[in-house]
Design a protein around this ligand. Structure first.
Ligand code: F3S
Length: 427
């Protein structure tokens, strides 16, 4: 790999042992991928400690977060002191929320670890965003900007909606990127890897949030890691719909980028989306395909009694919190049901000020931040049946948490929270 003088200096240890370890890791990683060089980045979304029980177990025995960071973010057995980050860095989700860790079923030692980790992050200059949707709280990369982001729903949004450039990075590469301001130049950083591969002929008039989830979910399973180009979309989707569509496609497949002709920044036309290439296949999305995706997402659920309603995957926008409040105000969550809604910390501050948190709390729900059931493995005690408006959460909850899971619209989920029963159906 060709290194600049600045990169070589870091590799030679002239900027301290932590940046040296970081540069060693990036060179190993880049060479394994066939990258010829690194690229500058000033936009990293990273996991420091995070929700992994394995890391948490290591951390509870390690003397310091520097030791955890050395091991898991720099792949170094030698413990090095971690200096201030070079690149602007946001934290992705954690394993708990500090105000609600007890009802989330989190052990006190994991809570303690989270507090120590937060102090560590502030010491080295990592922003305490703790979200899979950093773009909701001020991290909005511009078209063409090179980023190093983790978390599949964030990655697909970054590439597709902003036209910024990132691969799906991990704790190690983002840890190294934040200390060096570098990331291997390969994959989605290169123009030729951003062109569409599959043409999606959207025949159904996709409008609702639920339908955008079904579209993403159906197509993701077919295209897997390749790049779908949605053509025929008649109504411009808003941010929540794009967020849901990408998260769904990244969970049923491994989609890291999509184009919507006439909507996303690298697809003003079909020609631009595909470049000079022809689609490798065409995928239809009509009534039958929409139903197929819906049935697959609901295939784990049998019992109509719902004891857990999960909203906010990916983390909710303030508009979505407001929508919840319009449906929930003056009502009450069923005594056998829990309603948990997830949003970034910054959005919860607005919800607090607007009185939305109080509306949700008065109704018997909880507005939470920083984590989610699938990533944090947090849930109320004794849950058997969940309901959600998120295709991604419906995909993972049965496998990760063992819950039967209903998928439907926000209205159906709120109705289930109030009545304790699932009455949703595909209309
Ligand atoms: Fe975010 Fe958790 Fe969903 S990390 S995308 S809320 S699975």
């Amino acid at each position: 790999m060709r290194l600049t003088p600045d990169e070589q200096a870091m590799l030679d240890g002239k900027q301290g042992p932590a940046r040296q370890k970081a540069m060693e890791l990036l060179v190993r990683y880049g060479e394994a991928l066939g990258a010829e060089r690194l690229v500058d980045t000033n936009n990293v979304c990273a996991g420091v400690v995070g929700p992994s029980p394995f890391v948490q177990d290591f951390a509870s025995k390690a003397g310091s977060i520097d030791a955890v960071f050395s091991e898991f973010n720099l792949d170094s057995r030698e413990v090095v002191e971690i200096p201030q980050v070079k690149a602007f860095t946001c934290s992705v989700v954690d394993g708990l929320e500090q105000d609600h860790w007890k009802i989330q079923g989190v052990k006190p030692e994991v809570y303690e670890l989270s507090m120590r980790n937060e102090l560590f992050c502030t010491r080295i200059g990592v922003q305490l965003t703790y979200t899979c949707a950093p773009y909701l709280v001020g991290n909005i990369p511009v078209k063409g900007e090179h980023c190093a982001w983790m978390e599949s729903s964030a990655v697909v949004f970054c590439n597709s909606v902003f036209g910024a450039r990132t691969n799906t990075e991990g704790c190690e590469s983002t840890g190294a990127a934040m200390l060096t301001g570098k990331i291997p130049y390969w994959g989605y950083h290169l123009d030729e890897n951003r062109l569409g591969t599959h043409l999606v002929d959207v025949q159904f008039d996709v409008e609702s949030l639920m339908d955008w989830g079904l579209l993403g979910y159906y197509v993701g399973e077919i295209v897997q890691e390749r790049i779908p180009v949605f053509n025929g979309v008649r109504r411009i989707p808003n941010l929540s719909r794009l967020k849901h569509c990408g998260a769904a496609a990244a969970s049923s497949g491994g989609v890291e980028m999509y184009h919507i002709v006439g909507v996303t920044p690298e697809a003003h036309s079909l020609e631009q989306a595909f470049g000079r290439r022809k689609p490798v296949a065409t995928v239809q999305f009509g009534n039958a395909e929409r139903r197929e995706a819906y049935e697959k997402l609901n295939s784990s659920a049998k019992d109509s009694a719902v004891d857990f309603v999960v909203l906010g995957c990916p983390h909710y926008t303030i508009e979505q919190v407001w929508e919840v409040c319009k449906l929930l105000e003056g009502k009450h969550v069923h005594c056998n049901t829990n309603l948990w809604i997830f949003t970034p910390r910054g959005i919860k501050n607005i919800a607090d000020q607007n009185g939305y948190t109080e509306i949700i709390t008065t109704a018997g729900g909880v507005l939470m931040t920083d984590t989610c059931p699938c990533l944090g493995r947090v849930s109320p005690k004794g849950v058997k049946v969940a309901a959600t408006d998120s295709a991604k959460q419906a995909h993972y909850l049965p496998a990760i948490m063992g819950f039967q899971t209903w998928f439907g619209s926000l209205e159906e989920c709120i109705q289930a929270a109030i009545s304790g029963k699932w009455e949703g159906a595909l209309k």
